[in-house]
Design a protein around this ligand. Structure first.
Ligand SMILES: Cc1cc2nc3c(=O)[nH]c(=O)nc-3n(C[C@H](O)[C@H](O)[C@H](O)COP(=O)(O)O)c2cc1C
Length: 216
């Protein structure tokens, strides 16, 4: 404990949001109140970013026709992914990998254009722009969970095709289609675990001391 430590209930709330955040693909329609959506985007905007680059751009999709076209693009990529998976293709096609048609809000999270002039922290690691946008998305995800809303990150799409559809400038890049909104219930564990697709690894297998692979 230090003078700066949050109170016990505050800490518990932070850890609860982290533990109970789930990638959601089942939504029950409804709406997200404008002031709540603004709060969530503000939480995203509080994220750290390399050199304070703030490379995030959020496109709120309100046109139903555009939402439908986005879903078509995801479906095309889902089929291509299944083909690429070979023997696991049938199992993959049984998974629900997005909730675009039944979520209250669809947001596309994108990297801004003209990123090359941002060199601070990116000279050797240009992908720090993507890391920064990911921090913003995680903030949004956690804040949404605390507000009782589910969110799903969909990355099954061709970035250029989505950029063209949304008339994004050259050099920008969509990284996530975010499905957001009320859910009937949160999955008690990652859906891919519940469905038997993947097994999580224990933290202690992934923490090394001094040199790679050495577990204390
Ligand atoms: C960068 C990123 C991309 C993802 N893309 C997809 C996706 O396209 N479709 C999907 O169903 N889940 C996607 N997910 C969700 C992961 O499958 C999920 O986070 C993981 O299985 C752990 O589950 P949890 O988030 O509920 O803890 C993505 C997650 C991340 C971080």
């Amino acid at each position: 404990m230090t003078d700066h430590t949050f109170t016990h209930p505050e800490r518990a709330a932070v850890y609860r949001a982290i533990a109970e955040r789930r990638d959601m693909r089942h939504f029950c329609g409804g709406t997200v109140a404008p002031e709540l959506l603004a709060r969530l985007l503000e939480a995203a905007h509080h994220a750290p970013s390399v050199g304070l680059m703030q490379p995030w751009r959020f496109l709120r999709i309100t046109d139903p026709a555009l939402r439908a076209q986005i879903q078509v693009q995801v479906e095309e990529e889902r089929v291509r992914t299944a083909e690429a998976l070979g023997e696991r293709s049938d199992d993959f096609m049984k998974l629900k990998v997005e909730g675009i048609s039944d979520c209250a809000e669809v947001l596309v999270a994108a990297l801004m254009d003209d990123r090359d002039k941002h060199i601070f922290g990116r000279r050797t690691l240009p992908e720090m722009d993507m890391a920064s946008l990911s921090c913003a998305i995680q903030n949004l995800w956690l804040a949404a969970r605390a507000e009782g809303l589910g969110m799903g990150w969909v990355s099954l799409f061709d970035p250029q095709a989505l950029a063209d559809l949304l008339q994004m400038p050259a050099g920008s890049k969509p990284l996530a289609i975010l499905c957001l909104g009320p859910v009937k219930e949160f999955y008690p564990a990652p859906m891919l675990v519940i469905e038997g697709w993947a097994q999580p690894r224990a933290l202690q297998e992934l923490v090394y001391e001094n040199t790679w692979g050495v577990i204390e």
